[in-house]
Design a binder for this molecule. Structure first.
Ligand SMILES: Nc1ncnc2c1ncn2[C@@H]1O[C@H](COP(=O)(O)OP(=O)(O)OP(=O)(O)O)[C@@H](O)[C@H]1O
Ligand SMILES: [Mg+2]
Length: 546
């Protein structure tokens, strides 16, 4: 917790809900919408970071961590929120509903045991992806690097249990949202819906409702309280004064960090677009995950502290691959040349890119470079030395405008280029015995965290977020076709009975559902693959609630 937050005598209690106003980064003030019982806290740069987790956004392991906002006991009794109906408790014991001291002791015992267990499983090397995967005999060092990148990606790809935990979490949240607001539904976007998540990545969700009336401060508080009361959420933060108001919390059982936004569909569109990109851009997943991990281990991935967020990384790597001269001329196969491509990426964005003058355009999904001067929407520019990437879904939006720490990001990329090329030269000149057990990639990527295995089990368990997003888009397409046919039908033949659609139309919808089934099969993989969708993962997801 930051020192400044500790001074906030009114808000601190053993169990605070933190209300953040990210508009002002270093001030705190009363919530202007009249909920004076809440104090807005500043954003805390370092808070919650834990090298042992593998990701900034999800710093905790069950039973091993303190909440990211540590209560200030000496201030608790002065807390004016105590007893307030709007007050949402924060502590672990409140969350689990246990208050007896015996139970507390037992809890502590269990915590200790879990802690020891987890500590035993922490990796002992900084580059665990090379364990039992030795490529030191490769003649070309670039091929060695490529193979290491592939191993790294396998290493951090999710296990069955991780996918199931995410699926169950989504279902639980959906049920909670629906029980509070029957006209609403919860949809998932971001890295879980694109399969571009690191082990500790958060899950981005959005609540959409038929009445489209949930994006207001009181709804945010309502949902926060409801999730707290249902023992689903802990470490809740209500961030209500930003362009995109959100609730952030940790799901109690899975300890996954969740972001919930309201009444928006752009994230659902972006998820579909990114999955299409992944299907058509070999090497995109591998490079995105490497760059994500690279920035994460340097704490340069958090937009709130000027870092480069996941969405910007995806767009940056996608545009890079689509404009790489040796790829567009079919000179190289990206998947077989990930090593060279990674080094080139670090060189371009660490040494050569003209941040002052060049923006990255994504108009119509076609990446190109754009003169910053010509992109009028980003003017006036406070700092020309900045990364500017056009939102593929809205060409007026610069998705990397928050990444104000581009100087450090650039420096890190340049350093990675130097480290990697030096390592390549060093190992190229080394003897076989000197090479054994060495890592090329380990010179710039580190992984500290729970021990994992190399099995990428994404083809064994359905990712609910992807399925539901496919379903959402399929239903949306059908609705558009249906609406268009309806409009045509009404204007041409106003006598058509709207209750009973014509036979032709019925046939078409059958065809569509066949197409949908095929599409879902594609998502699921081959027919012979065994899938697991646990009973408690099923829920009444409604892709039409938007
Ligand atoms: N600056 C932005 N402007 C518009 N939409 C954004 C912006 N940043 C994020 N988004 C939306 O939120 C989604 C999630 O963004 P985020 O940066 O969390 O990426 P991510 O793929 O979820 O990565 P991570 O695993 O690091 O969380 C994006 O896919 C996009 O739809
Ligand atoms: Mg995310």
């Amino acid at each position: 917790m930051s020192d400044t937050a500790l001074n906030t005598t009114d808000v601190m209690n053993t169990d605070p809900v933190v209300i953040k106003d990210t508009v002002s980064n270093d001030k705190r003030k009363s919530d202007s919408i009249g909920q004076q019982d809440f104090i807005l806290l500043e954003e805390d740069n370092e808070e919650g970071f834990d090298d042992y987790d593998g990701h900034f956004d999800n710093p905790t392991e069950p039973g091993t961590q303190e909440p990211s906002v540590v209560p200030a006991p000496e201030l608790a009794e002065h807390n004016s929120l105590a007893g307030n109906d709007d007050f949402i408790a924060f502590s672990n014991s409140e969350t689990s509903g246990e208050s007896e001291s015996e139970e507390d002791e037992e809890d502590e015992d269990n915590k200790d045991k879990t802690k020891t267990k987890i500590e035993e499983k922490i990796v002992t090397t900084e580059y665990p992806w090379i364990v039992n995967h030795d490529h030191s005999k490769q003649t070309e060092i670039a091929d060695w690097l490529t193979l290491e990148i592939q191993d790294f990606v396998h290493y951090i790809s999710p296990s069955k249990e991780e996918i199931k935990a995410r699926n169950i979490t989504i279902s639980k949240l959906r049920q909670a949202v629906k029980s509070l607001w029957p006209d609403a539904d919860l949809h998932v976007f971001g890295s879980y819906a694109t399969d571009l998540y690191l082990p500790g990545s958060d899950i981005d969700c959005v609540v959409n409702s038929t009445n489209c009336d949930k994006q207001n401060t009181s709804s945010l508080y309502k949902l926060a309280k409801h999730l707290k009361d249902e023992h689903i959420a802990t470490e809740i933060e209500v961030i209500s004064k930003t362009r995109v108001p959100i609730i952030k919390f940790v799901e109690v059982e899975s300890r996954i960090h969740i972001d919930v936004s309201f009444e928006r569909t752009n994230g659902l569109e972006a998820a579909k677009l990114i999955r299409d990109w992944l299907d058509t851009t070999p090497g995109l997943r591998e490079l995105v995950l490497i760059v994500k991990q690279f920035l994460h281990s340097r704490r340069l991935n958090n937009v709130h502290t000027g870092g480069l967020g996941g969405f910007s990384i995806i767009c940056l790597v996608y545009s890079y691959l689509h404009m790489h001269p040796r790829i567009i001329t079919n000179e190289i196969d990206p998947v077989e040349n990930l090593g060279v491509l990674l080094i080139d990426f670090f060189e371009l964005y660490g040494k050569n890119f003209g941040y002052d003058d060049v923006a990255i355009s994504m108009t119509d999904g076609m990446p190109s470079y754009l003169n910053k001067y010509d992109w009028r929407d980003i003017h006036p520019m406070r700092n020309p030395f900045s990364l500017a990437i056009q939102d593929p879904g809205d060409k007026t939006n610069n998705i990397s405008r928050g990444s104000f720490n581009i100087r450090d990001i650039k420096k890190a990329f340049a350093g990675a280029f130097d480290l990697l090329t030096n390592r390549c030269f060093e190992l190229d000149g080394a003897t076989l015995s000197e090479r054994k057990g060495k890592s090329v990639l380990g010179n710039c990527i580190k992984y500290k965290g729970k021990e994992r295995d190399f099995t990428d089990e994404r083809n064994l368990v359905l990712n609910k977020a992807i399925l539901e997003n496919e379903d959402y888009h399929q239903k949306k397409r059908s609705r558009i076709i249906h609406d268009a046919e309806d409009t045509e039908g009404t204007s041409k033949e106003s006598t058509i009975d709207t209750e009973a659609p014509p036979a032709k139309k019925r046939k078409k919808s059958k065809k569509q559902s066949k197409k949908k089934k095929k599409k879902l099969k594609d998502v699921k993989g081959s027919e012979t693959t065994k899938f697991v969708l646990a009973k408690d993962e099923e829920d009444d997801y409604n892709p039409l609630t938007v």
